[in-house]
Design a protein. Structure first.
Length: 232
């Protein structure tokens, strides 16, 4: 702590780095006002992004938990060749994996080729459902830094306009425009980084769900093929 205190004391000796005598709320207000009108679309992007993150965290966590239980039960039933009970268990789960397995098990008497085709068709639909909302998250993570850079351009334009009107270069005249440029850029990047991290995290979780479902579906196909071979 003494080392950090010494560093802070040294930094405070540098002009412009004096400790601000502002409360947190006052600093927030100053930050908001310094960013200019571009802060409104940036905060809107943040709010929408956070809403999508909370929604996907809830839905994917719930789906993953129910899917894990479903696949464990279905695998055990299929291992004992109890296909009717496996179908009933998949129907009651109301999960993407359950609907995929139901599509296959409902065609168990039509041959494994029909089963595989049904699984593929329903799988594409359920995959799209799992990824619902992620395109908006990806869009926001790309748009946020662009909005920040737009604020940067606007701030620099304001700075050059101040110089043009004054007829000379004065730091106090251009400081406002440069401040807008720095604040909006930092805000845009600060929003984009966590949104992009969560987007990749959700993609990883969905891929894991799909992989687990594919493994269970393959076990189901193997079981149906074995039963089909016995009846020939």
């Amino acid at each position: 702590m003494s080392g950090l205190g010494s560093i802070r004391a040294v930094l405070l000796q540098i002009p412009g780095l004096e400790a601000p005598e502002l409360t947190f709320s006052e600093q927030v207000v100053e930050f908001w006002e310094g960013g200019g009108f571009m802060m409104y679309p940036l905060v809107a992007a943040l709010i929408v992004g956070l809403a999508i993150i909370v929604w996907k965290l809830f839905t994917l966590t719930s789906t993953a938990s129910r899917t894990k239980s479903l696949l464990r039960d279905v695998d055990a039933l299929l291992a004992d060749h109890r296909t009717d009970e496996a179908l009933a268990r998949a129907r009651e789960s109301r999960t993407p994996a359950g609907r995929i397995l139901v599509a296959g098990l409902e065609r168990k008497n039509e041959g494994t080729d029909r089963v595989m085709k049904a699984i593929e068709n329903v799988g594409l639909i359920e995959m799209a459902g799992l990824e619902r909302g992620l395109v908006w998250l990806a869009t926001l993570s790309n748009v946020a830094p662009l909005l920040g850079f737009l604020g940067t351009v606007i701030g620099m334009i304001q700075a050059f306009q101040a110089i043009e009107l004054a007829g000379e270069v004065d730091a106090t005249l251009v400081a406002g425009g440069i401040k807008v440029a720095l604040i909006t850029t930092a805000t845009g990047l600060g929003i984009a980084i966590p949104l992009n991290i969560f987007h990749n995290y959700f993609i990883t979780r969905i891929d894991r769900l799909v992989l687990d479902t594919e493994e269970s579906a393959q076990k189901m196909i193997d079981t149906l093929h074995e039963l089909e071979t016995r009846t020939i």
